[in-house]
Design a protein around this ligand. Structure first.
Ligand SMILES: *Cc1c(COP(=O)(O)O)cnc(C)c1O
Length: 392
């Protein structure tokens, strides 16, 4: 099928709820995508952070191929080894937590909010989230998402949510009452424009949750699984949350979400309270195991720190000649370039020149290369990016 024919199918049969770029992608390998016309694209935003270790990582492909021949799916009426093993691997890399598996980030956060309610007395029902956050599109998670543009058309939302400015400890203290059940924030806001939490902020959340017997939930759907150079972004801080949610890169391209909670909190989720038919299915969990093994055996956390620093330095150096760049922020390979004006045009011009990046929050260019990216990939990406900036 040609590009035009495929797009015609979408126009006729697929609900048009996404703004799509005019390409049909037919293949992905490592740091590269290939479109239906044979163009190669250097992918610095692989799968919206899903393909965290690159497209079609050979270990993931092998693991799911093997698993597919044995058992694709078994419902949660039974036990299955991949789900148990993936939960163990996650627990060993975080805070000894226990995991509930689902299929997406929104579901993981939905599960976290429900668990927090179950864990606290009924009169404690309020949730605090931060302005600029993104937590998903279900009714509870879109309510948790404290950005008006995501709420338009859906009012009234769920009751009980309070929004405070991100990284603002005073506002958090002022909002806290003994009615608060949980605080949910991203350690680095992704969709909100790569806003990095301060050490003091996460510690204040921890302290206020402890003082008020509330649950501290960190949404690591975007920051988790090595993106920042540690398994979880909170590990850059001297803070331990009660619940962490994961999705995106966890399955190396397979749909999977996870909510990991401290064992005493996790114990509140008894049979009948929450479930997911596809959650923890064999093939997604086999993929998750392969992702963790790949990151470990290929030393990708270290590489992420090294290449991330390199990329940030190189981007910072562009500022001298490109006044549209205000500043660079981020951790590891989660990098935002704050522009002084809109960035959407830059993204499409980069794509025309074979580079995929992303723009969020109108003026923030997101570079989130796969963890397998090397300095050479960064050099190439920045050369293209700089070329586009020079023309604009
Ligand atoms: C993408 C994202 C979500 C939602 O994940 P879905 O899989 O699209 O439901 C939630 N939180 C954060 C921080 C995200 O980046």
């Amino acid at each position: 099928m040609t590009t035009q024919e495929t797009i015609a199918l979408f126009d006729k049969y697929v609900i048009a709820n996404y703004g799509r770029l005019n390409r049909v992608i037919v293949k992905g390998q490592g740091c590269y995508l290939y479109d239906a016309e044979g163009n190669e694209i250097l992918d610095m935003f692989p799968g919206w952070a899903v393909s965290g270790i690159g497209h079609c990582h050979p270990r993931v492909v092998e693991a799911i191929t093997k698993q597919a021949a044995e058992l694709l799916h078994i419902d949660n009426t039974f036990y299955s080894e991949p789900q148990g093993r993936l939960a163990q691997l996650l627990s060993e890399r975080a805070f000894g937590g226990k995991t509930f598996f689902c299929n997406s980030g929104a579901e993981a956060n939905e599960g976290a909010l429900k668990l927090a309610r179950l864990h606290t007395p009924r009169e404690k029902y309020k949730f605090i989230t931060a302005e600029g956050s993104f937590h998903g599109r279900t009714f509870a998670t879109v309510t948790a998402t404290a950005q008006p543009k995501y709420h338009e058309g859906f009012l009234p939302l769920l009751p009980g949510f309070m929004y405070v400015p991100y990284n603002d400890i005073q506002a958090l203290e002022a909002a806290f009452t003994d009615e608060v059940c949980a605080v949910m924030v991203e350690p680095i806001q992704g969709e909100g424009g790569i806003n990095v939490a301060t050490e003091e902020y996460l510690q204040a959340i921890r302290r206020l949750c402890d003082e008020n017997a509330a649950v501290m939930i960190l949404d690591e759907v975007q920051t988790g699984m090595g993106r920042t150079g540690k398994w979880f972004a909170y590990q850059h801080y001297d803070v331990e949350p009660d619940i962490v949610t994961l999705a995106k890169a966890l399955g190396g391209g397979m749909a999977i979400g996870a909510m990991m909670a401290k064992p005493d909190i996790a114990a509140c989720l008894v049979p009948g309270k929450h479930a997911s038919t596809f959650g923890g299915n064999c093939i997604a969990c086999a993929a998750g195991i392969a992702v963790i093994e790949a990151i470990e055996q290929e030393n990708l956390l270290k590489q992420t720190i090294r290449v991330g620093q390199y990329a940030q330095e190189k981007l910072r150096a562009l500022k001298a000649t490109r006044p549209i760049i205000d500043h660079i922020r981020g951790t590891g390979l989660m990098i935002g370039v704050q522009l002084t004006s809109a960035g959407a045009g830059i993204v499409s011009r980069c794509l025309e020149k074979g580079l995929r990046i992303n723009c969020t929050h109108d003026t923030v260019i997101r570079f989130m290369p796969p963890m397998i990216a090397t300095e050479e990939h960064i050099d190439r990406a920045i050369e293209v990016f700089d070329g586009v900036l020079a023309e604009s």
